[in-house]
Design a protein. Structure first.
Length: 485
């Protein structure tokens, strides 16, 4: 007879064995191959956009001052030829990944190069850059070249791979969807902000563009985005609703592409969502058109003898891989929690917002200038627009940490005995402009530290009914379209 104390242990052991068995179950390698190909081609396209739009110069060369991530100020900006060469390296490595040539080494090198570029300038932060880094790092760990690759053509294709190869990549996108949905469970979003500002100038969908300025559509689309993020993963995981989930995901990302033009993210989101389909869907699709993929995939060197199961099937991942994946999973669960534990409104303070999948949640505008005070001399007013690019100024005007960082730069330029105060005002979601930074604080003396920062002025309550008429709005609203973040 099993004792009461041993029963939970028995249940836990049984559950562990079932999960392990499911993770080691062989799955078709076709879905992994399609994601690898699409991801590699997206990286080639991203590099081409940097060249064609002149972003190498605009983002990394033209700025005379750069903002850094906390703890990464030591990352140097290389010479101009190296910056252009880095973009070319991204394209080459992306092509190698798509072709399946030394896939994991290529992905590892690409992760280093892309992360380095990511760290060069903090005002260039975008959530899809962070997602790209995570996925390319996972591709350096998870084998995805079992079929439809030059490696499979040379050495023979793998018919099966361990299921955990696929589930790791699925989990990354599942976390993005769910956390993004949880982040939308807050008052402003559910009452239609900031969608009310975005729709009139961004929505071009036939039949909806004529009513883009209505409150009901903004509220409906805000709720629709929140419900999609929260429930698309269960829809994709249940076989009966999987195609509904995929259709909604494609429509969602296509709408994002139409409204915001946010680079490769809509395409990367669709590519990652395809991972939730049955692992053999690419092979079945190829067969439907009457093409022969062979048991191991198109490009197998020998029709039959080169086809085999991945040696990792029915064998757990190595200890180093388990350690890497454990660290990754812990980070993916912990980093998004930061905005929920810090005091104050994170969309106002920006504390914990990065790396947390709080995507397209807020619209802010602001204005800032600095007052430099020297002993025995009149105060000096410094307008940061005189030495920052327009993009940098738009970011710094609403990011308290960047304001603090720039105050340190002014101190370093003018000497250690100066005081630097910031006169900063900002507006979140059509609220009246209010102070963002305590104007009496010497920011040059404030060290970079973990939040919360007591020199950020708390967000004032909304003076009006969000769903009603703007009866108490200021006549001249501070809103400007570039406030989207």
């Amino acid at each position: 007879m099993v004792s009461q104390t041993s029963r939970p242990v028995t249940v836990a052991r049984s559950l562990t064995l079932r999960v392990t068995a499911a993770a080691l179950r062989g799955i078709d390698t076709g879905s992994l191959a399609v994601f690898r190909i699409l991801f590699g081609l997206l990286m080639v396209w991203e590099a081409a956009r940097y060249w064609s739009y002149g972003w190498v110069s605009a983002l990394w060369i033209e700025p005379t001052y750069r903002f850094t991530y906390r703890g990464f100020a030591w990352v140097p900006v290389p010479p101009e030829p190296v910056l252009y060469a880095g973009v070319l390296v991204v394209a080459v490595l992306g092509l190698l990944i798509a072709l399946g040539v030394a896939t994991r080494p290529s992905a590892g090198l690409l992760a280093l190069v892309f992360t380095y570029q990511f760290l060069l300038e903090a005002t260039n932060y975008l959530n899809h850059f962070w997602l790209t880094i995570l996925y390319v790092a996972l591709l350096a760990v998870v084998p995805t070249d079992g079929c439809w690759s030059l490696r499979a053509w040379r050495r023979g294709a793998f018919t099966l791979a361990p299921a955990w190869h696929l589930w790791v990549l699925r989990t990354q996108m599942a976390i993005v969807y769910v956390v993004a949905g949880l982040a939308k469970l807050q008052g402003d979003w559910l009452q239609g902000w900031p969608m009310r500002h975005w729709l009139p100038g961004s929505l071009s969908v036939p039949g909806l563009s004529d009513v883009a300025d209505t409150v009901w559509l903004a509220v409906a689309m805000s709720w629709g985005g929140m419900l999609f993020d929260l429930f698309v993963v269960p829809l994709l995981l249940w076989r009966r609703t999987r195609w509904l989930g995929l259709g909604l995901a494609i429509a969602f990302h296509a709408l994002n592409r139409d409204m915001f033009g946010i680079g490769i993210f809509p395409y990367l989101g669709i590519a990652a969502t395809l991972l939730f389909l049955d692992a053999d869907w690419p092979r079945r699709l190829v067969a439907r058109f009457g093409w022969s993929a062979g048991a191991g995939g198109v490009g197998s060197r020998r029709a039959g003898s080169g086809v085999r199961a991945h040696p990792g099937v029915e064998r757990a991942a190595s200890r180093p891989v388990r350690v890497v994946l454990t660290v990754w999973l812990v980070l993916m669960l912990v980093l998004p929690l930061r905005p929920f534990v810090y005091a104050g409104e994170p969309m106002w303070t920006e504390e914990g917002m990065r790396l947390s999948w709080h995507m397209l949640l807020r619209s802010k505008v602001g204005e800032v200038h600095f007052v430099v005070e020297r002993p025995g001399q009149p105060p000096e007013r410094v307008d940061p627009r005189e030495h920052l690019t327009p993009r940098q100024y738009r970011k710094i005007a609403t990011y308290p940490e960047m304001i603090r960082q720039h105050a340190h730069h002014l101190r370093d330029e003018r000497g250690p005995d100066v005081r630097v105060r910031a006169i900063a005002r900002a507006s979140l979601h059509d609220r009246p402009l209010q102070e963002l930074i305590d104007p009496s604080v010497d920011l040059a003396a404030e060290p970079g530290r973990l939040p919360p920062a007591d020199w950020i002025v708390p967000l004032e309550p909304y003076p009006c009914d969000l769903l009603g008429e703007r009866r108490c709005r200021e006549a001249d609203s501070p809103w400007r379209p570039f406030g989207r973040s």
